[in-house]
Design a protein around this ligand. Structure first.
Ligand code: MGD
Ligand code: MGD
Ligand code: SF4
Ligand code: MO
Length: 664
């Protein structure tokens, strides 16, 4: 029998899965052929969810660290001891002494019940801000009022141009590739803007390899050329926007020669990009997360928004500046699930939590980590290891012994998605929501996270505040959706439903900004301490700015999800270090050589790969790796981006040297 479920990983694609338990008990997972995005195919990460469920190294019982050894304990003991730690913290210091560090390791809806638990204590300290994409979300809030994406098939039908700007589509958004191919078959032109030569670049009509962290400069330079050559959409600028005059004045700083010099993009390519936006029919822009992880990352997104809007590609079929699909949030009552509005919450910025913990008053007594592996994924891992080490009681809920779990006092085993009942959806791209049906029973003593917190609440005498069933919680959280005629039964039976978000956002010319128009100049941005128009803020450490010579881009891994390597793509002892041809020649490095990558904070040995195309001073490694006593984020720093408490992992530099010739 085929069971319909879904992939809850933090991903653009939000796939629907057909799961079968074979006679020998093995799980077979396939992409749902009827789902308009999944179209029958899963990526390696989705296919390996079964292996992760059955991994030999999976944690199946509550574990406690005693004198440096891990011992198995019962749930009753775990609840009793952790409950007593919570009570002590509450009595001595109050609820702010409890830190809940969480992220989106699973995007299933009922995971938010973990927040509800902490709010029922009166409040807690919790992590806010983003390791991921918030600078861009804030940028689009200033410009459009909210980040919205076009329906996937709109591009296939209507776009004359596609610009993949800082998104590694063939790796991180694999289900986009067929849509791009179909649009190209219909005659659409493709441009790719990325310091690295990604797989999609092979299909491109125009490849631009800017110096990392200079996208705002590039976009504003392109916009200035469009203005000077008269290829703007004057009707849009006049009737549907505010602030053009101010931005236009600001563009005087971005003459093509300066832009070329500082972005390292030849003038003729800047002109080609101007022709793309200025002279083609509707152009859709697929923005990635990469270029906003820099000092000026939010402004880079604003600059691209402005370019696409002024040249007439916003609010029209085939256009759009697609970064996220925040329209989904209107169909979910998050507060009914979490109860956040009544709670007294102290906020620690995710990227800066090490310092916040070390300076905390009241001090953090108990740490809970759910759905994240901060000791690998948060910048400046060394400081965070130190900060966590100073906390008396650390509880990690996970399926595997991550670097963070290894540093804990208690590790509690949560279920795999294949053992859960829930709902999931992506806010990164398309408007489909999927039902998660349980496929197999929980292994060992693993429990769904919401049950763990419900039982811990009972231990603390507040059980009734967390009591409920999956159906009841879903009915509560999805009430706004059900008002649109969708029912829980329909979602359950069909496996997925399309939410009623518009196919072409802002096609009525009405934006969600204070002015109701697209805002080239934003008073909101200014009142929040930023330039009112998009501006170029140089990187802090990337190539040409810091002491080390090469930009170090630790981008998202091909085969696995962030640091979730177990049973997906085990960490090699020596990670691959991709260097440009220029660096290889300067340092006498050949493919396969052992090389040392280092900066002031960290050092590791890897195996060299040489890239012929791309920005000449760029080194690339996959994020999510740890080994040799360090993690990738031992190289990165905690400085925030311009908007939204966003981290800047790519604003990072390193040096590289040859250690040992291949085969030597
Ligand atoms: N296989 C796989 N897929 C994933 C994930 C995964 O871990 N593995 N993670 C998921 C998550 S959490 C996210 S947030 C998304 C991220 O999805 P993406 O945004 O596609 O991923 P990134 O690797 O962060 O960066 C995308 C690209 O930005 C480029 N880039 C870096 N600096 C600059 C710059 O200054 N300018 C420009 N123009 N480009 C730059 C990088 O070279 C990279 O190719 O992917 C999701 N999908
Ligand atoms: N240098 C560098 N750093 C980066 C990035 C980068 O590109 N480069 N990318 C950044 C981005 S975009 C992101 S989104 C973050 C991601 O960083 P994290 O949020 O830490 O994501 P993962 O590494 O996927 O870790 C998620 C963990 O949650 C566990 N998990 C899965 N399901 C559940 C569940 O139901 N309950 C509980 N309790 N645990 C569960 C998984 O087993 C896994 O260990 O990393 C950021 N850090
Ligand atoms: S990780 Fe993304 S692409 Fe892969 S199966 Fe899951 S949702 Fe689909
Ligand atoms: Mo992310």
């Amino acid at each position: 029998m085929t069971i319909k479920t879904a992939c809850p990983l933090d991903c653009y694609d939000g796939c629907s899965i057909h799961a079968t338990v074979e006679q020998n008990g093995r799980l077979r997972l396939e992409g749902n052929p009827n789902h308009p995005i999944t179209r029958g195919a899963l990526c390696n990460r989705g296919r390996r969810l079964g292996a992760r469920r059955d991994g030999e190294d999976r944690i199946l019982y509550p574990m406690k660290r005693e004198g440096g050894e891990w011992v198995q304990i019962s749930w009753a003991q775990a609840y009793r001891e952790i409950g007593s730690e919570i009570r002590n913290a509450l009595t001595r210091y109050g609820h702010h002494a409890i830190l809940h560090a969480f992220d989106w390791g699973s995007g299933a809806l009922l995971k938010s019940l973990n927040q509800r638990f902490f709010y029922q204590l009166g409040g807690c300290t919790e992590t806010v801000g983003s390791l991921c994409w918030e600078a861009g979300l804030e940028a689009q809030r200033y410009d459009f009022g909210q980040a919205r994406s076009h329906a996937p098939d709109d591009m296939v039908r209507n776009s004359q141009g596609i610009v993949v700007w800082g998104r590694n589509v063939a790796t991180t958004n694999v289900h986009m590739m067929p849509f791009i191919k179909e649009a190209q078959a219909r005659g659409a032109k493709l441009a790719v803007v990325n310091p690295l030569a990604t797989d999609v670049a092979r299909r491109a009509d125009l490849c631009v390899y800017p110096r990392p962290g200079t996208d705002a400069l590039l976009a504003l330079g392109v916009l200035r050329i469009c203005r000077d050559q008269g290829t703007l959409d004057n009707a849009f600028v006049e009737h549907r926007s505010v602030g053009w005059a101010l931005l236009s004045e600001h563009l005087e700083q971005y003459d093509p020669e300066r832009v070329s010099r500082e972005t390292n993009v030849p003038v003729d390519q800047i002109q080609s990009l101007a022709d793309f936006y200025g002279r083609l029919g509707p152009v859709t822009t697929l923005l990635g997360i990469g270029m906003q992880r820099y000092a000026g990352g939010g402004n880079a997104i604003r600059a691209i928004d402005a370019l696409a809007a002024a040249t007439g590609h916003v609010g029209v079929p085939g256009g759009g500046v697609n970064y996220a699909q925040r329209g989904m949030s209107a169909f979910i009552d998050e507060d009914a699930l979490t109860g956040r509005s009544g709670a007294d919450v102290r906020e620690f910025v995710r990227g800066n939590q090490a310092l916040e913990i070390m300076q905390s008053d009241p001090p953090i007594q108990v740490l809970f980590v759910t759905r994240t592996n901060p000791l690998t994924q948060v910048p400046d891992s060394a400081s965070l290891r130190k900060a966590y080490a100073g906390i008396g009681c650390k509880v990690v809920i996970d399926m595997y012994m991550t670097e963070t779990a290894k540093a804990a006092d208690y590790v509690l085993p949560c279920t795999s998605v294949l053992e859960e009942e829930d709902v999931t959806f992506t806010t990164m791209w398309h408007p489909y929501m999927s039902y998660i049906h349980p496929v197999v029973p929980p292994k060992g003593d693993a429990k769904p996270e919401w049950r763990i917190f419900a039982e811990l609440a009972e231990e603390l005498g507040i059980g009734e505040r967390m009591a409920g069933t999956v159906a009841a919680w879903l009915n509560t959280a999805l009430r706004p959706l059900f008002q649109h005629g969708v029912t829980l039964e329909q979602l359950r039976e069909e496996g997925f439903v399309r939410l009623p978000v518009e196919e072409v956002p802002f096609s009525d010319g009405v934006f969600l900004t204070p002015s109701g128009k697209f805002e080239f100049a934003s008073d909101t941005a200014r009142s929040e301490g930023h330039s009112s128009v998009a501006t170029y803020l140089p990187p802090r450490r990337a190539h040409g700015f810091g002491e080390h010579k090469y930009t170090l881009l630790t981008t998202h891994p091909r085969k696995h999800e962030n640091s979730q390597r177990q049973q997906m793509a085990p960490a090699a002892e020596y990670p691959t270090v991709e260097v440009s041809r220029r660096i290889a020649d300067a340092r006498g490095i050949q493919a396969g050589d052992r090389v040392r990558v280092y900066n002031d904070k960290a050092s590791l040995i890897g195996v060299a790969k040489v890239r012929e195309e791309g920005h000449p001073y760029t080194v690339q490694m996959e994020s999510g790796w740890s080994g040799q006593g360090v993690s990738i984020n031992d190289f990165t720093d905690v400085d925030p981006a311009d908007f939204g408490q966003q981290t800047t992992q790519y604003d990072c530099a390193c040096s590289v040297e040859l250690v040992e010739r291949a085969g030597a």
